[in-house]
Design a protein around this ligand. Structure first.
Ligand SMILES: [Zn+2]
Length: 683
């Protein structure tokens, strides 16, 4: 392959999005995979010394190229998807997966890393280098590399059965969700349901040649019906169908996930035992910031204990409101979402449409950059680079002396062919290459409201928060000072700490002075050009904390159930664990048929097993980090420099707890999160 003719093999600068074509993908990936395999074989040879330059540098170089090229392809597949690109992507994905599986199970490589770890040369490495080697060895160990042969075979069989069972679990949830439908022919039965939901339901019925409306358990239909339908029997029917999906009470016994849950827990426990751990909860925490399952349980119980009085109060208010104003004296689980929406509308009525008129795109981005420039002492300027769509904007971050720090792409608007959601992905990771530094580059992707009729895009407050959140991940990637690719930026950051920089940034969107700076009303009439009024902001803030007690105890319940199911012997019935946890923390009664565990895909089909607590954990860290800015001034450059130096710049080069303590001067505390959520005990 002639490298100069394939833009995916050009690593002299930014990805060449103006030149990359579908037909470049497979030849480039085949070339890079072959080179990477050759590099692994070369460094694994017996005569090669186990030193950083002889072992780690060649592999880093090969993987960096592979990741950069594949990263560009993966990115294009996500943001400008076409059938041709999808085919090529899917054809190459198994090759990539197989390569990474092979190197994480390559015992020659494992032996080399161990030799380096045990040699005198290890002590001469810097912190980031040592951390990287330790992470590699940890991943080999958790992948079963240290097991004797007969146990290795069993471990592999367990992993394979787990992967199959996860996918059956997920399929059962999907099949059970899709199989249910409820057809309505009398419009009066749907009173209160929003017009766009009805239109969708009417189209779904028409597609089957039916009159009326087809209701389904898919989220965009189920949720608004539960929130807005006046028809109580309809809510009850939908609630029961949703809560019994993939369970023994569900419509189809073949989809019952109950036996799969018990099997998954048993397999995980056995795998943990083979690796020498007490239970799966311990294994799950090895690469995380939390150290012991007991620490997580204490954290969750403390949070439950402190949130519970507020949750009880939230629920008492809701019941009183339902009784007095909705004519519902016997509050039931299927009234929860409905009564919540009504109470919220009554108390904090404001229109999202009105709010969004205050946040035109350019004003918001300028406001975001002003915050970042003020606290971190950097400069952000728009620049030019080849991109994949005309709407993409490209920027550079420089230090106070105009020295380049990093670059990023902003692809903000929703459009056809673009995967939903918002995310940050690395395009290039920072690392030292000989005498030079390879600068980090990030893709920041959102699906926000696009501009309409030639007018600039305007964003809801939630959309503004999304931009700040993703930019927080971006800063973690871009402001790193680490020179080892495997632990620079977000690489190698513990899983339960990775949301710290992103959630931290969200806090600025709740600061009135910051918001005012980035607001400017666009529209006809006298308000044109005005900034966000204080009264409107106060209502937004109150709505933010509405029922935060109830939300918190619900999250804690899920976190506790998840952690306890994976702790100790997997002998207790999963639903008995749920009942036990609910006795301690739950406030809202549960319907007797509720089997939510049976569709808990985060834990039984996703990566959140013994890790669901991470959501709250990261919120505590980010709220507590922001509290230093509340103490020293929201745009304090001193606090900003500390956050940058001790957290953002360090990336995965040292434990997240060490970074946090170095920044905050003490371990994380719950207080700031409780305060931000309006949960402060009266004195
Ligand atoms: Zn995030």
């Amino acid at each position: 392959m002639d490298d100069t003719r394939n833009p995916l093999l050009d690593f002299s600068g930014l990805p060449r999005f103006d030149a990359i074509r579908t037909e470049h993908v497979t030849p480039a990936m085949d070339t890079l995979l072959a080179r990477a395999r050759a590099t692994v074989d070369a460094v694994a040879a017996p005569e090669v010394e186990a030193t950083w330059p002889a072992l780690v540098e060649p592999i880093t170089e090969a993987l960096d190229r592979l990741e950069r090229a594949w990263g560009a392809v993966r990115h294009l597949n996500a943001v400008v998807n076409t059938p041709e690109l999808r085919d090529v992507y899917n054809a190459n994905l198994p090759k990539m997966t197989a390569f990474y599986t092979d190197i994480t199970q390559d015992l020659r490589l494992y032996a080399k890393y161990r030799a380096l770890r045990d040699s005198a040369a290890f002590d001469a490495l810097d912190t980031a280098q040592r951390r990287f080697i330790d992470n590699e060895l940890r991943d080999f160990r958790l992948g079963g590399a240290e097991l004797p042969d007969e146990k290795k075979a069993r471990f592999k069989a367990l992993q394979e059965e787990l992967a199959e069972t996860y996918s059956r679990f997920e399929e059962n949830v999907l099949d059970a969700t899709n199989a249910w439908a409820h057809y309505v022919t009398d419009a009066a039965e749907l009173d209160g349901v929003p017009e766009d939901v009805l239109a969708e339901a009417r189209a779904a019925a028409a597609a089957e040649g039916r009159e009326g409306w087809k209701l389904t358990l898919r989220f965009p239909c189920m949720l608004p019906v539960m929130q807005y339908a006046e028809n109580r029997p309809l809510r009850r029917r939908m609630h029961e169908a949703y809560a019994t999906r993939a369970s023994d009470l569900g419509a189809n016994a073949d989809w019952d996930n109950g036996p799969l849950i018990e099997r998954i827990l048993a397999l995980r426990a056995e795998a943990a035992g083979l690796l020498g751990y007490r239970d799966y909860a311990q294994v799950s925490l090895v690469p995380k910031m939390a150290e012991r399952p007991e620490e997580v349980l204490d954290f969750l119980r403390d949070l439950a204990h402190r949130a519970r009085p507020f949750a009880e109060n939230d629920f008492a208010e809701l019941q009183a409101f339902a009784r007095e104003e909705l004519g519902l004296p016997d509050f039931a689980p299927w009234d929860l979402a409905f009564a919540t929406e009504r109470l919220k509308a009554k108390r904090y009525a404001f229109s999202e449409q009105e709010v969004r008129q205050y946040f035109p795109e350019d004003q918001v981005l300028a406001g975001l950059f002003r915050v970042v420039e003020a606290i971190y002492g950097v400069r952000i300027a728009e620049s030019r680079a080849p991109a994949w769509h005309p709407a993409v904007r490209f920027y550079e971050i420089r230090d106070a002396h105009e020295v380049l720090i990093g670059q990023f792409y902003f692809d903000l608007h929703a459009r056809e062919g673009k995967q939903g959601g918002a995310w940050m992905d690395d395009a290039i990771n920072r690392r030292r290459v000989g005498g030079a530094i390879q600068h980090p580059v990030a893709y920041l992707t959102c699906n926000l409201s696009p501009p309409l009729d030639g007018r600039p895009a305007t964003f809801t407050h939630d959309e503004v928060i999304t931009i700040f959140h993703e930019f927080g991940h971006g800063l973690h990637q871009l402001l790193t000072r680490v020179e080892v690719a495997g632990v620079s930026g977000i690489q190698g950051v513990e899983w339960d700490a990775v949301e710290l920089p992103s959630q931290f940034m969200e806090n600025f969107c709740w600061d009135f002075d910051v918001l005012v700076q980035m607001s400017r009303y666009v529209g006809e009439g006298p308000r044109n050009g005005e900034t966000l009024p204080r009264a409107l902001f106060d209502r937004m803030l109150a709505a933010r904390n509405f029922q935060s007690g109830l939300t918190t105890v619900r999250q804690v319940e899920l976190g506790l159930v998840d952690m306890l199911l994976h702790s100790g012997e997997p002998s207790r019935a999963p639903n008995a664990v749920v009942d036990e946890v609910r006795r301690d923390v739950a406030v809202v009664p549960r319907a007797p048929y509720d089997r939510y565990m049976q569709s808990f895909t985060h834990v039984f089909a996703g990566g959140y097993a013994a890790g669901y607590y991470s959501y709250k954990w990261a919120e505590v860290l980010s709220a507590d980090a922001f509290s230093l800015f509340e103490e020293q001034g929201v745009l304090s450059p001193a606090a900003g420099a500390r956050f940058r130096d001790e957290v953002l710049a360090r990336g995965g080069s040292r434990p997240a707890l060490e970074s946090f303590v170095a920044f905050r001067g003490r371990p994380p505390q719950l207080d700031a999160l409780l305060r931000h959520n309006g949960m402060i005990a009266a004195h």
